[in-house]
Design a protein around this ligand. Structure first.
Ligand SMILES: N[C@@H](CCC(=O)N[C@@H](CS)C(=O)NCC(=O)O)C(=O)O
Length: 219
């Protein structure tokens, strides 16, 4: 059996895992998951029960989306995502950590305020803005977060900025972040994101899953 990826189309973590796998050229069998009815084989491989989960053909289990990205790029990195034109991999990891930590914390409390007790969503929106302004500032003088070429940080962070926007697109689009908006629009309409957002029926153990490879980018 080849590599298997348990994924959920709308999960931002799964999105970034799928993008790195696709760009790397590593072929996976994608199994679309219904979150309230996760396949037993996925839970057996990763009891923490979050997507994405990658089961490599040698049995290695990678169940953190960022590790899925790194695993894929360590196999092949044809677009040089790990070697940005400006700064270095460590600087990208630091910005991604800020996204995955404090920014995501604020994003959840903004977008899903009703799921938390005593949370005023707009307060968390305001706290999230600091990171968005930082990205907008970076993008004022370069096309992408780490220079004139797309790199790991762009794709690791983009699904979360998209999610922040979706919470109130009219508000987001009214902010003075022209560079961030330009970057987000380009990535969201680009071939890679479009390819990994293809819709698949949920996988069942009777199915073979869907083969996902870089070939989808050429369609
Ligand atoms: N730190 C994990 C987080 C993954 C995560 O939280 N995924 C969500 C979906 S977006 C999930 O699977 N939640 C479990 C559930 O909703 O049952 C990663 O980076 O892979």
């Amino acid at each position: 059996m080849g590599h298997v990826l348990y994924s959920f189309r709308r999960c931002p973590y799964a999105m970034r895992g799928r993008m790195a796998l696709m760009v790397s050229g590593v072929e996976v069998e994608l199994r679309e998951v219904v979150l309230r009815n996760k396949p037993a084989a996925m839970l057996e491989a990763s009891p923490k029960a979050t997507v994405p989960v990658l089961i490599c053909d040698d049995g290695t289990i990678v169940d953190e989306s960022f590790d899925v990205m790194l695993w894929a790029l360590e196999q092949h990195d044809p677009d040089q995502w790990l070697a940005p034109l400006e700064e270095d991999k460590a600087a990208m990891l630091a910005l991604i950590a800020e996204n995955d930590g404090p920014f995501k914390h604020n994003l959840d409390r903004y977008k899903y305020a009703t799921r938390y007790e005593d949370v005023d969503g707009t307060e968390y929106r305001t706290m999230g803005v600091a990171f968005l302004e930082k990205l907008n500032d970076r993008l004022a003088s370069r096309a992408y977060l780490f220079g004139e070429r797309l790199a790991l940080a762009d794709f690791a962070i983009m699904p979360f900025i998209r999610q922040f926007r979706v919470a109130d697109a009219a508000w987001f689009d009214a902010q003075d972040w022209p560079h961030l908006r330009r970057w987000l629009a380009e990535l969201m309409t680009g071939p890679l994101f479009s390819a990994v957002m293809a819709k698949y029926a949920p996988w069942t153990p009777e199915d073979a899953g869907v083969v996902c490879s870089r070939a989808a980018l050429l369609d």
